[in-house]
Design a protein around this ligand. Sequence first.
Ligand SMILES: *Cc1c(COP(=O)(O)O)cnc(C)c1O
Ligand SMILES: [Zn+2]
Length: 419
Amino acid sequence: MMVSELRCVLCGTSYSPDDVTYTCPRCGPAGTLDVLFDYERLREITSPGAISASAEPSMWRYRSLLPLDAAADVPPLAVGWTPLYEAPRAASALGLNHVWVKDDGRNPTGSLKDRASALVVARAMAEGIEVVTTASTGNAAAALSGLAASVGLPAVIFVPASAPEAKIAQLLIYGAHVLLVQGNYDAAFDLAVEASERYGWYCRNTGMNPYTLEGKKTVAYEIAEQLGWQAPDVVVVSVGDGNIISGVHKGFCDLLALGWIDKVPRLIGVQAEGSAACYKVWQQGGDPATMKPINAQTVADSIAADLPRDRVKAVRAVRETGGAFVTVPDDAILDAIPLLARQSGVFAEPAAAAAYAGAQAAISAGHIQPDEQTVLLATGNGLKDIKSAMRVAGSGYPVAPDINEVEKARAALGLPMVK
Ligand SMILES: *Cc1c(COP(=O)(O)O)cnc(C)c1O
Ligand SMILES: [Zn+2]
């Protein structure tokens, strides 16, 4: 493993990976840690060519760039190496020339969170951890439950009782120990931290555990590799806690440090209007470390966060890449579900469709120019939240089992006769 240090984003103190597990002991929860590598040494042992020659159809094709011992076992589920679809009809609808959709809803438990949980579970196995825990709005919990189930590791999950049914069903079906918190995500988060301190469980909480981001950064590696080891101009990412956008940033920064790409894309962070803490601090030129919690409300449960846990890295990702934050109302998020699905074939949950709505907003605001290569990150599967999808799906046309009724429907729906 080529990790050289863990460095606090606030005070810059450098720690050995053996000395700290979660955040900076001096700075507390806002002092998240960057996992830094010996890039020179990495350049000697691996290369884009070696990776592209790999037959491994998962995130583990990038194993040499991950903080995991070379001999460590990894969970058997196939996480990552998801398709990057060219989406010409989405492009023309958006008024852009080149759009791709990265379909991370294809992961084993249906969201990008599997990348984080796969790495955390692999590390837990290597360290002989007996119990893992996390708080989650749903997807991180499903990911940890699924990945833990794949290796027989007990998982304790703190999830808001209000999470969408399909997400809670996933946890229970995977056999996780599910605590339905009568409170929001932030309450669940704090409870998971307390429980992990009291009982010694290994905590996967987003942002607090430095390795979730390291798993998620593989999505950036994939985008670059799938574009022929090139960075696109812009990546549009929905933001709740800000861990995904920070992971995307880290992934491209790693590749730049290795000299494998020649630029880092501008990152556009998309927040729901009712959950826009990062947007506000960015817009005001403020300091994310001292941000106050808001009262987040949005239909896109996966991006609802009162106090985004990875706010420092998320705002840094946007500032350093010259990107922007945009906000989108819930109506636009819901409308984006059928638009994205009909223009690309990718059915996304609200928080993932938010990337499409955010692209619309970013284009109107002049943050994306028509000829820029733009990747929309579809972070979670549409089947995760059928209730929201049904609000904008429209309805089917009822017919009796009689071809004359079909004929009436055909005429009403304006379907062509093509014989
Ligand atoms: C978690 C999640 C996000 C947001 O990721 P953060 O790291 O919380 O910013 C977006 N979309 C989906 C589907 C998610 O599960
Ligand atoms: Zn610090």
